[in-house]
Each structure stands twice: as C-alpha cells, then as structure tokens.
Ligand binder design. Sequence first.
Ligand SMILES: O=C(O)CCC(=O)C(=O)O
Ligand SMILES: [Fe+2]
Length: 202
Amino acid sequence: MDLFSDIRDTSANLLPQDGIVNYYGKILLPAEADSYYSILLSSIEWRNDEAIIFGKKIITKRKVAWYGDRDYEYTYSNITKRALPWTKELLDLKNRIEGATGEQFNSCLLNLYHNGEEGMAWHSDAEKDLKKDGAIGSLSLGAQRKFCFKHKAGAQVVSVALEHGSLLVMKGATQTYWLHRLPPSKAVTRPRINLTFRTIVG
Ligand SMILES: O=C(O)CCC(=O)C(=O)O
Ligand SMILES: [Fe+2]
C-alpha cells in the first residue's frame, strides 16, 4: 500500500459555503474497524426506529440506538428517547474521535442499515435538544455508502463516499443551511453501522 495514499487535508471543506464538512477518511486500521463493526453489531441494544409523521406511526427497518454521558432525553420525529450508558467500545471510539477532531461530545446516535434498501431521507440535525451549531462526528463501519448534502435554498448537491472506518465531521452552520441524506442503493448488499457523536444540551 502507498504509505501516503490515505493522507488527506482534513481541513478541506467539502461545502462551498454556509457550513463546514470535513472528511477525515479512514481513522481506524482495517482490523480495528472490522473488530468494532462486529462487536457493535452484537452488543448494541438495536431497536427499530419509530417516528410519527403526519399523525401516523412509522416503524423503520433501519435500527437505532442512543447512548450518552447521562440519561439524556432526545426528541426527533415526535418520539422521545432516553440515552443508555456508554459501553466500553463506544467510549473508546468517542475518545478517538475527540482526539482526531479536538471537539467534545456527550452522546451518540447509532444507525444500523441492514443493506442498501435502507437509507435516511433528507434532513438536518438541528433539534432543540442539540447544541446549536455543535459539531457532529460521524463514524462509518461496514458497507461503503454514498452520503449527500443539498443546500436548503438551492440545487447545490455535494456527495462523498463514506468508507469502512472513516470519519466525517459536520460543524458550523451546516445544519442551518444544508440537508443531508443517505440514499438507498441497490448495489449494496451488506450492513453498515453509523455512529453520530453529538452534544445534547439540558
Ligand atoms: O448514516 C449516516 O451516515 C447518517 C445518519 C444521519 O444523518 C443521522 O443519524 O442523523
Ligand atoms: Fe443526520
């Protein structure tokens, strides 16, 4: 392997304006990424996500879990969740990501997409429980997936491939001005785990 092939400018902004998104590439060694992937798959308390949309209860195929420093409450899509206490692996990963980014986080939302049929629709993470303009550190494990940003006021779209063991950071005004999504992909047949480290207030 070319020693320098994965050295990139982590301060390069993927967005042309109105926010900051940095892609750090793979921050875990392949064996570490494999190991976290299988440990998290079996040890996290995965639950089907629920949402109330236009008064109707929706149960997603995608599974989720929420962990934090305290039993924080977090409300999105009209459902309130209470954080579970950190596991050893989640705390290790939180420390790694804090070290890489210089940011601090107090909670983590995890998503499990069983295959490419499962994704996440356009949204921004700007709920009132989240620190305004706080950084969100997003770690990807498992199948590589495409991730997209779309400006709320225009047609600009920015895409990035999220690799196994990679870190993406969204910060500044990103959630105010941009939507993001994980598009479905027929080509993806394997699962992916995503961890978004966040700061909850209150
Ligand atoms: O799966 C991902 O990469 C992103 C998930 C996401 O946007 C979220 O949990 O808010
Ligand atoms: Fe999000």
